[in-house]
Design a protein around this ligand. Structure first.
Ligand code: FMN
Length: 367
């Protein structure tokens, strides 16, 4: 039986337990995409209270590919020093820490750059219909280089690795999905649709070395579960050490799901991936894992290798301790007020209820 406190190898590193903080954007970086005091404290608090791995929020590899004008960045050397503060603050509590590196594609914010896509397509993002522009092969290679350069900066900042954002309709997910109708080497069969992710992974491996964690947060259902698993096989072959499985472009509501299970459809994608990749690379499930009972069920029944916590951990920075040691915690109300957009991130009622002066700054965004 796996218990939440058991260490696990991720690539060549050891994660001290099975609980990870999911990437969750806070949108408070300002137009230069720089780390502020808030970020280091925000992540260090979750590391201090038990998370074995911190995945720092979606961090832009290029300003024109941002998902918000206030998104954190790693596109410029001037941003590296700030990230060092996050890495050091989390390492002080024995956690591994990796940033999620990201390029918007179909999820690009209209104030940051044009919608880009493997294939020209009408897309409804950010509340409006827009025609997404097809990237040329030369542009694709420039974006790949942006990812690799961002990973090199992440290494220089002291991070243990990086995670590629390969889900939620952002660029790497767009290429793997059936939005991709290209006829060149980046489209067509699964191998070609996985090529963007694979070339980024192998470029990072060459530039950052064998002991640098390369994780991918994949969509588990684009265009089908089986094909997402095949896409992930290519990522693993290219050098990916660790898969986190979330959703993507395809609507998950029609996926078959046994409602009597104590976890939801998206978390079930993680379970399906784990069945396939068991003993090859560790797999994490995410979505709706907001109580110690759900987290323990998934781990103790060996359904996944790690559990990835998002809203529950925004609601109570000490949720990981509750999973590890059974200590009290405040449960996420599921109101989604933590989500998306400046101002929303600090409106979590559970965090306010927690009411501990120690993390009062979390509810105001001011340290
Ligand atoms: C405020 C907020 C920010 C998020 N930011 C990211 C992100 O940066 N990268 C990402 O892959 N997913 C992001 N997500 C999705 C979460 O990581 C997670 O997949 C989702 O919230 C479901 O998990 P949960 O039920 O534990 O909240 C975000 C979600 C929320 C609510």
């Amino acid at each position: 039986m796996i218990t939440p406190d058991m260490p696990i190898s991720i690539g060549r590193r050891i994660c001290k337990n099975r609980i990870t903080m999911a990437p969750t954007v806070k949108f408070c970086a300002g137009p230069e995409g720089l780390v502020t005091d808030f970020f280091a404290e925000h992540y260090a608090l979750r590391a201090k209270h038990g998370c074995g791995l911190i995945c720092v929020e979606a961090t832009a590899v290029s300003p024109e590919g941002r998902l918000a004008p206030t998104q954190l960045g790693l596109w410029d050397d001037a941003q590296t020093e700030g990230h060092r503060r996050i890495a050091e603050a989390c390492h002080a509590y024995g956690a591994l820490v990796i940033p999620q590196i990201h390029y918007g594609g179909l999820g690009t914010h209209p104030e940051c750059g044009p919608l880009t896509s493997p294939t020209a397509v009408m897309w409804n993002g950010w509340g409006r219909q827009d025609m997404a522009r097809e990237l040329t092969a030369a542009e694709i290679r420039r974006i790949e280089k942006r990812f690799i350069d961002a990973a090199v900066r992440a290494k220089a900042a002291g991070y243990d690795g990086v995670q590629l954002h390969g889900c939620h309709s952002y660029l790497i997910n767009d290429f793997a999905s059936d939005v991709n109708r290209r006829t060149d080497e980046y489209g067509g069969n699964t191998e070609n649709r996985a090529r963007l992710g694979c070339e980024i992974i192998s470029g990072i491996r060459d530039a950052c070395g064998g002991d640098f964690i390369i994780s991918v947060r994949v969509s588990g259902c684009d265009p089908t579960v089986e094909e997402s698993i095949r896409t992930a096989e290519y990522y693993v072959k290219a050098g990916c050490d660790y898969l986190q499985v979330s959703s993507g472009i395809r609507d998950v509501s029609d996926l078959p799901h046994d409602e009597s299970l104590p976890y939801n459809r998206v978390a079930e994608l993680g379970v399906r991936f784990h069945e396939h990749f068991r003993g090859i690379v560790p797999v994490s499930a995410v979505n709706g894992i907001r109580t110690p009972e759900t987290a323990r069920f998934l781990l103790e029944n060996e359904l996944v290798d790690t559990v990835d916590l998002a809203c529950g951990l925004l609601a109570d920075p000490a949720l990981a301790e509750a999973i590890l040691h059974g200590t009290p915690y405040v449960k996420c109300f599921g109101c989604r007020r933590c989500g998306w957009g400046p101002g929303h991130s600090h409106a979590c009622p559970a965090l306010k209820k927690r009411g501990n002066e120690k993390w009062e700054w979390e509810t105001t965004g001011k340290s």
